[in-house]
Design a protein around this ligand. Structure first.
Ligand SMILES: Nc1nc2c(ncn2[C@@H]2O[C@H](COP(=O)(O)OP(=O)(O)OP(=O)(O)O)[C@@H](O)[C@H]2O)c(=O)[nH]1
Length: 436
């Protein structure tokens, strides 16, 4: 048989109900002949019949046997049917078992008393066979439906309890009414339950403002104050206007990996400086910021002098270490407390470095000279340089105030040309481009 896929409105819990079992009925009557009559009527329907001739015997059977229905006489010596019913309803074993009184006492005060004790129905003696059977069948059916419903509810509860996603039911004020174990675990609730707290309490301030119906990524906090990244889907609970479902998925791990990947994509592995990609973005951003503020933007481009000979003489590994040392100096410069926002040190490629410096030409000169001095102070030996005994750099610097008629590539080209002039003029020096 071809299985139909579940449609959007499919009822996931509409699975086959409990296997039909013969119903267990208890007939209680102090007159054995009456029991015989009912037994003869009910036996052909396949029910399992128990009989008791006193209230006390009925209570004992109800303690031992899981019953589906009790047919209870009212007038009995010692303990009458009403007292028996009272005790049956007081016992956890028989509380939920429907009781039908079968009695010759037909005064309406008796019938009312029977119902007030929790009876499901009241059949008059002498029994009218068809009517009695119809009433008994109806109670057994009702009991079967209740069992099916209870099993569906238990199945749903088991799913909610075991699902990996957190699930909250919240009221219109976002107060949490129910939380499944996964939600409790996610927020480290432990002995402090989530129920009664506001959903807002569990979100970082900026996420509270962004919270809306639908799916969203938010920053949350555990009850211990640990940050969490969650995907939260908030939707109305169909048919229950006063409740909303919040489905929670912990995406902290994914966010962490995303951050690591983003960092890897923007960082030069050897020097840990910004790579060319991040440099390009940083320069564009610094250019926009300077344009908006009408402020000058400077760019320093640095190239290690005679680096090929350095590698050739000392080996590629020493060359790498030299680039790392230079990277550290440049990073320290960009991270000085007085460094302006937008200041960025980058490895542009090979043995070329760059420093974006929001500031004027005078500042650029001061920073470039400071870098050259720091490098010389390190006294990294360069046995094959015509510029001196130590590793040196040639620096080209350019400064522009962004205007409609110039561009960031003009700034770059000017700094690059200045750097080549520094090389041509003997290396180990700063040349500032004449711009504006
Ligand atoms: N060790 C090492 N060397 C690199 C790296 N990237 C580029 N280089 C080397 O840097 C050297 C650059 O050489 P050139 O472009 O000829 O420039 P130079 O020798 O520095 O000469 P000038 O720039 O004119 O002073 C080449 O030998 C490259 O192999 C790197 O990541 N590690």
């Amino acid at each position: 048989m071809i299985q139909q896929p579940l449609g959007p409105e499919a009822d996931l819990f509409d699975l086959p109900g409990p296997r039909p079992q013969p119903s267990a009925l208890l007939i209680v009557d102090d007159t054995p002949a009456n029991i015989g009559v009912l037994r003869t009527l009910l036996k052909p329907r396949g029910h399992q019949i128990y009989a008791a001739t006193s209230g006390q015997a009925a209570l004992e059977i109800a303690e031992r046997v899981p019953l589906d229905l009790i047919l209870l006489d009212v007038c009995m010596p010692e303990m009458d049917g009403f007292e028996t019913c009272r005790r049956l309803k007081a016992s956890p074993h028989s509380r939920a078992v429907p009781v039908i009184f079968v009695s010759a006492r037909t005064d309406s005060c008796d019938v009312v008393e029977g119902f007030s004790l929790g009876a499901a129905d009241y059949i008059h003696k002498p029994v009218r066979v068809e009517e009695a059977l119809a009433r008994i069948d109806s109670q057994l059916q009702l009991r079967h439906h209740l069992r099916v419903q209870r099993e569906q509810a238990e199945r749903m509860q088991a799913i909610v309890n075991h699902m990996a996603e957190g699930l909250l039911l919240v009221d219109p004020a976002l107060c949490i009414r129910k939380a499944n174990p996964a939600a409790e675990r996610l927020f480290g609730a432990g002995p402090m339950p989530l129920c009664g707290r506001s959903l807002r309490e569990l979100l970082a301030a900026e996420s509270v403002e962004r919270l809306r119906t639908g799916r969203q990524e938010l920053c949350a906090l555990t009850l211990q104050g640990e940050p969490l990244h969650i995907e939260l889907t908030l939707s109305p609970l169909p048919g229950q206007a006063e409740l909303q479902i919040a489905l929670l998925h912990d995406i902290s791990q994914y966010k962490h990996s995303e951050q690591v990947l983003r960092r890897l994509a923007e960082i030069d592995e050897l020097t840990q400086l910004a790579n060319r990609r991040q440099f390009d973005r940083g320069l564009a951003q610094a250019w926009r910021t300077a344009a908006e503020a009408g402020q000058p933007l400077s760019l320093l481009l640095l190239d290690v002098d005679h680096f090929k000979q350095y590698n050739d003489r000392l080996g590629h590994r020493a060359g790498d270490e030299c680039l790392q040392a230079l990277g550290q100096l440049l990073q320290a410069l960009a991270q000085r407390p007085e460094a302006p926002p937008g200041c960025l040190a980058a490895r542009y490629g090979g043995e070329e470095f760059a420093l974006i410096l929001p500031g004027d030409a005078e500042q650029a000169q001061a920073w470039a000279e400071s870098l050259r001095a720091d490098l010389l102070a390190r006294q990294l030996s360069h046995p094959a340089s015509s510029a001196g005994p130590w590793v040196t750099v040639s620096i080209g610097s350019a400064t522009l105030v962004p205007k409609p008629q110039n561009s960031q590539s003009e700034l770059f080209q000017a700094a690059d040309a200045a750097m080549y002039r520094a090389k041509a003029e003997g290396r180990n020096r700063l040349v500032q481009a004449e711009t504006d």
